[in-house]
Design a protein around this ligand. Structure first.
Ligand code: TXA
Ligand code: MG
Length: 328
């Protein structure tokens, strides 16, 4: 398949009408958001939505997030409880997805038959403009199933060129990890996936929240949780600080922070810096690029430094742990 590439300079003004046309006629468009790139189809075109699963190799029971470009568009797919509107309007548009009860007209393919739906109003102007001109967009991350989410145009190209109708090149994603997911269908807001909006920030917004712990639950609440995510193909291991002095394998790639670079360099020559502890959002931004680099590097395996587990670090460690477990 021929893939149209739209390289944008001005996210607010550049012409994206070709991408809108492609969506409206049932095609797939990979587009930038402030978290990671999405692979979109119009949510109300079930045949187009089905193609997303085929292209990604994604199990059909793993539901998609629907992307909107205004608060009005929420009403087309879900019911937002009156008490939640003030908070929702305070935090959106932004890097967070809310799970609501879905409206009956939402195609079965989008939610895999669930009676709830994840809705996201991204802050990225291109994502907003697409949803406003073409309509609501169902989109998972624009990677092949099992690969780390794409945070650059190059990563999307690697996975999807020749397989979809259009890729919009919007440069590098600002946050670099997927949106926070909060389920608002229960008694208290339930954090299904930590992300750029931290648990501490959610507590400020909502009062009390509960963080879903897969080890405590008998079934995966978010169907996606049972599938492999974020992991490179090569083995990746988490290293604790106390293991550092004993670490002497030189045939391994070391992913670490700027602050630990010197220490690791004494033990291994192959050190790849993923960001600075002082600017934790740089680590989020570089994480998936670094995980993709593991597979490209000449080294047969990699280790990654363990980070603290509060604030944005908690969200980053959530992804690192899954990658290091090679979770499926
Ligand atoms: O930042 C993001 O959220 C990106 C960009 C493209 O918006 N999207 C993204 O989508 O990460 P995806 O499909 O890779 O991850 C969405 C996760 C999956 O684990 C899925 O199971 C879960 O959200 N999910 C979707 N709908 C749900 C629902 N109704 N209830 C619970 N979990 C849901
Ligand atoms: Mg994904």
């Amino acid at each position: 398949m021929e893939t149209l590439i739209l390289k944008l300079e001005d996210f607010y003004k550049d012409d994206i009408s070709l991408a809108c046309e492609i969506l409206k006629t049932g095609g797939l468009v990979a587009f930038p958001t402030e978290t990671v790139y999405g692979l979109g189809a119009l949510a109300f075109l079930p045949e187009a939505v089905k193609k997303i699963f085929a292209v990604k190799g994604r199990p059909a029971d793993n539901p998609l997030i629907v992307h909107v470009g205004s608060f009005e568009q929420f009403e087309k797919v879900c019911y937002v409880e009156e008490k939640y509107w003030p908070v929702v309007k305070k935090v959106l548009p932004g890097p967070i997805t809310f799970v609501f009860r879905k409206r009956p007209n939402v195609p079965y393919e989008v939610t895999g038959g669930l009676d709830t739906i994840g809705v996201r109003y991204p802050a990225h102007p291109v994502a907003q403009r697409l949803a406003l001109c073409a309509g609501l967009i169902a989109a998972p991350s624009a990677n092949l199933s099992g690969k780390p989410s794409p945070t650059t145009f190059e990563a999307v190209y690697e996975d999807l060129f020749g397989k979809i109708e259009c890729i919009i090149d919007g440069g590098e994603s600002a946050f670099g990890i997927e949106s926070t997911i909060v389920d608002l269908t229960g008694e208290i807001p339930l954090v299904l996936r930590p992300g750029p909006i931290t648990v501490e920030e959610l507590e400020e917004l909502f009062g009390k929240v509960k963080v879903f712990n897969p080890e405590e639950a008998s079934r995966p609440l978010s169907p996606g949780m049972k599938y492999r995510h974020y992991a490179p193909d090569k083995p990746l291991r988490l290293v604790l600080p106390e293991e550092l002095p004993h670490f002497s394998n030189t045939n391994v790639l070391v992913l670490c922070t700027e602050e630990s670079r010197e220490k690791y360099l004494k033990q291994a020559s192959n050190v790849h810096v993923i960001g600075s502890l002082e600017r934790p959002y740089t680590i989020a931004q570089n994480l998936y690029k670094s995980l993709r680099y593991v597979d490209k590097s000449p080294y047969p395996s990699a280790v990654i430094e363990k980070l603290p587990e509060y604030g944005i670090f908690f969200s980053i460690m959530n992804r690192i742990k899954k990658a290091a477990r090679g979770e499926r």
